[in-house]
Design a protein around this ligand. Structure first.
Ligand code: MG
Ligand code: MG
Length: 599
């Protein structure tokens, strides 16, 4: 289906918005009146610009407070409308959005509304324009889609139809099934928006919190199915009022927006994309660093051994159990000290995974490997993290590991680390919802509940995306950053079956664990029953404790190097979380530690 986006959904000048929409692959735009008013371009120039960019102008919007008003007022409205229809002819667009009136002058009189809309449609017809009448959820007398449709039906004018907006319908809890009663050709336009489920005034909710389909809590796909059943064949158009998107760069927002419509079309069965290839494990986490010593000292104390070196690049493989960390000191290194730059995902079909990522507009990264190296498919996540799709490395079918030459020497005893439990990536604040949708749609991961965590200097929002079996867990968050340079923190959580032993061995090897305040342990003692001496051991080692319906969680933290720190975790039973309950204390300690080290 054709895709469109309202210019109000993107930041910047009208020209910037149009360019971003075109680059992201949209077929058309809705021109929001304020964007036109503020533009130095004439309507003819806007029309030409859109044509150059391959964009149709699908809608001009909005016209407000038109109908069900006293005669003198309506005469003024018609005069205003004539002016706008002239403008639309210059713009080369044939559909105008008329929102249900919020004016105190409007009367609760459907017959009058129908008669005046019919008169408006008469005038529109002279200019080759169609009027799409939409019920605003906060309209004075008309606030539901079925009410707006009844008025359109009464008016029975060929140039008058209805515009459906998923936000106005779903925010009011209307049953979208009734849409199927509307003849498809009378649905002149379809605007789509999702929103988080919030208990608030519907106008404020709409103006500030709309988001792209799949990012909120509405069943937008379900609504679209009803609209398609009715026979609608116009564009799927996004109309998103969102405080964050208004400030974020238009280019990435437009890509995010278009991805949401691709996923939506796949969901409702009108588009086929390469099937998701769910990763089966974490092959490696890759750190880039300008100064390898602090991070390799940390890895050494954690019981990792340098087991191999890349044959053509300054990249070392550090390994313990199935946990693999690459340390890259090559020229591709960024300036922000040590950072988690790439994740290797084990995939049953790396090429298929890359094809899906590409179809969903993930930037495909140029191969940064030598010609003789194993081919690695890689794409960039919204936060810039590189995602490599790797086949599982086996002796019969060597993958990425074949590019590494084993180093010889005695392996250390280790600390009992088995694998990477999860990776935690702090997202740029304006990319959080995008990151979740990206990981869900591109990688086929499931999103867990979003949790808010108090931080001494802000609020941390966190949401994990995982495979059903937990073999891949990525915790996405947005919020304060207790790192030396203020860059978003990242961490690698290592799974062990005995965190007490792991923590002791780490400390015996010269590692330092963050110590938690005595008040925290006093509170633990009040909340849970521990065996004799257990809590003292935790306090001594800096181990935090949590429990949910499924099981128990024990975890502790190293200090931060650059942007990165490590966590040792012991999951028992079917514990699904990440110790969010403990995060406020941990964050406070990290802020203090940062202050103590003068960072
Ligand atoms: Mg709308
Ligand atoms: Mg964690």
């Amino acid at each position: 289906m054709r895709t469109s986006i309202a210019t109000v959904s993107l930041s910047g000048s009208l020209t910037e918005k149009l360019t971003a929409a075109s680059r992201a692959g949209f077929d058309g735009v809705e021109i929001f009146e304020n964007d036109l008013l503020a533009s130095p371009l004439t309507p003819e120039e806007i029309r030409a610009r859109c044509a150059d960019l391959g964009l149709s102008i699908d809608l001009y919007q909005p016209m407000r407070d038109i109908e069900a008003v006293p005669e003198a007022e309506f005469a003024r409205n018609l005069r205003r409308a004539r002016h706008k229809f002239e403008l639309m002819r210059r713009l080369g667009t044939d559909t105008v959005l008329v929102c249900s009136s919020v004016s105190p002058l409007a009367e609760d009189d459907d017959a009058l509304a129908a008669a005046q809309l019919s008169q408006l449609a008469d005038l529109a017809q002279e200019f080759g324009v169609r009027v799409a009448y939409e019920a605003l959820a906060w309209g004075r007398h008309v606030s539901t889609y079925d009410h707006a449709w009844r008025i359109v039906e009464t008016a029975d004018h060929p140039a008058l139809g209805t515009c459906l907006d998923s936000f106005h319908i779903l925010s009011r809890g209307s049953d979208p099934k009734g849409i199927e009663e509307i003849p498809g050709e009378k649905i002149f336009f379809l605007q789509l928006a999702d929103a988080p489920l919030l208990a608030m005034d519907v106008l404020q909710w709409s103006r500030h919190y709309r988001c792209f389909p799949g990012q909120g809590g509405f069943d937008v796909a379900g609504l679209v199915r009803h609209v398609l059943s009715a026979g609608y064949d116009g564009p799927l158009s996004l109309e998103i009022f969102n405080d964050v998107f208004r400030q974020a760069e238009a280019g990435p927002t437009a890509v995010d927006a278009h991805r949401s419509l691709l996923v939506l079309q796949e969901t409702v069965g009108v588009a086929r994309l390469p099937a998701p290839v769910v990763p089966t494990g974490i092959a490696f986490a890759e750190l880039v660093t300008s100064d390898a010593e602090p991070v390799t000292a940390l890895l050494g104390a954690l019981g990792f051994a340098r087991t191999a070196r890349h044959r053509s690049k300054p990249v070392d493989l550090w390994q313990q159990g199935e946990a693999r960390v690459l340390v890259n000191t090559g020229p591709a290194v960024r300036r922000d000290g040590t950072a988690l730059a790439a994740i290797g995902l084990e995939s049953p079909d790396p090429e298929g995974a890359a094809r899906r990522a590409e179809a969903l507009l993930a930037p495909v990264l140029p191969r940064r490997r030598a010609p003789e190296d194993a081919p690695l498919e890689a794409v960039a996540a919204p936060d810039g993290t590189e995602l490599f799709f790797c086949s599982k490395d086996t002796p019969e079918l060597p993958g990425w590991r074949a590019d590494f030459t084993d180093t010889t020497g005695q392996l250390p005893a280790g600390t009992g680390v088995r694998r990477i439990d999860h990776l935690a990536l702090t997202q740029p604040w304006h990319h959080f919802d995008e990151a979740t949708l990206f990981h869900r749609s591109v990688l086929g991961l499931h999103a867990q509940e979003s949790v808010d965590v108090a931080d001494p200097y802000g609020l941390l929002r966190s949401r994990a995306v995982t495979t059903p079996d937990g073999s891949v867990r990525i915790a996405l968050s947005v919020g304060a950053a207790p790192t030396e340079d203020g860059a978003p923190a990242q961490h690698i959580a290592l799974a062990t079956e005995d965190v007490v032993t792991a923590a002791r061995r780490f400390r015996d090897s010269g590692g330092r664990l963050l110590r938690m305040p005595a008040n925290y342990y006093d509170d633990l003692a009040a909340r849970f029953a521990f065996t004799e001496g257990e809590l003292e051991t935790y306090q001594d080692l800096g181990i935090l404790y949590d429990r949910d319906a499924g099981g128990e969680f024990r975890h502790c933290y190293t200090r931060t190097v650059g942007r990165v720190f490590f966590e040792l975790v012991q999951r028992d039973g079917d514990y699904r979380g990440y110790g969010a309950q403990n995060a406020p204390v941990r964050l406070a300690v990290q802020h203090t530690a940062k202050a103590l080290t003068g960072g």
